[in-house]
Write a protein that binds this ligand. Structure first.
Ligand SMILES: Nc1ncnc2c1ncn2[C@@H]1O[C@H](COP(=O)(O)OP(=O)(O)OP(=O)(O)O)[C@@H](O)[C@H]1O
Length: 229
């Protein structure tokens, strides 16, 4: 199976209004795909649709296939969300330690000894490019990390689940150049091992990190000629 995610004619609707799409694309194992388009066109909404975490009132149709499973609308579950993990634009850091944060999610999904869980979390911190900066303070509060480190901690939390696909929503939009470079290095290192869908407003970043690009156009509505026939 080469494709981790395949999407055909995906649309997101709010009651009778088409908000997003139709859009079709596939994410190949080991490749990084940019998701681009003007503000408000629906990039974040597409990411949420892929993990079946749309806000109340929004529904999707069209085909969504994750690995060898077709996900019917409304049938997303924990299994889907451990294989495909969404890292939101604003890093969510919980009140505990750096290690607690890296383990969050994994603790709920993996029945394993503390030792095994910790190994997985440490590996994920390494993969996210944060290990060297936090190895000597895993028990200190995650809230003390810088914005760039928080973003990489969220990446580590996602990677600890060993997902086949990662959906990254503008992971560097709030960062200075130095922090951005570090996050980009971490994303770059995922090439070959994960399918990554990266929402970015920055064409240079897409050029640096992505193998292919999906351009999201304004939604097709019933009144536009493109929707007829
Ligand atoms: N819960 C909701 N109910 C109704 N409409 C919504 C809801 N959430 C998002 N939308 C609408 O869906 C459209 C797409 O929003 P979305 O945030 O996905 O765009 P975006 O391309 O990610 O924008 P940006 O680049 O500014 O982050 C917008 O018109 C937005 O107003």
């Amino acid at each position: 199976m080469d494709n981790v995610i395949t999407v055909r004619e995906l649309r997101v609707r709010s009651r009778d209004k088409n908000l997003v799409g139709p859009v079709s694309f596939s994410l190949k194992h080991g490749s990084t795909t940019g998701l681009c388009g003007p503000s408000g066109v629906g990039k974040s909404t597409v990411l949420r649709a892929l993990v079946e975490l749309l806000p109340n009132g929004l529904t999707r149709d069209g085909e969504l296939q994750v690995l060898d499973r077709t996900i019917a609308p409304g049938k997303g579950d924990a299994d889907l969300r451990s294989k495909i993990v969404l890292v939101p634009q604003t890093p969510v850091v919980f009140g505990g330690s750096i290690l607690d944060n890296a383990l969050f999610g994994l603790r709920h999904l993996l029945r394993a000894s503390q030792e095994v869980l910790r190994e997985r979390a440490e590996k994920a911190l390494e993969e996210a490019g944060l290990w060297k900066e936090v190895a000597d303070r895993l028990d200190s509060p995650a809230q003390n990390l810088s914005a760039g480190q928080r973003q990489r901690l969220c990446l580590a939390r996602a990677l600890a689940l060993e997902p086949a696909g990662l959906l990254l929503d503008e992971p560097t939009s709030a960062l200075d150049e130095r922090s951005r470079d570090k996050v980009e290095q971490s994303i770059s290192a995922l090439r070959g091992s994960r399918a990554v869908l990266l929402v970015s407003h920055d064409p240079a970043q897409v050029e640096r990190l992505c193998d292919t690009t999906v351009h999201l156009d304004q939604p097709v509505t019933a009144s536009t000629p493109a929707a007829v026939g």
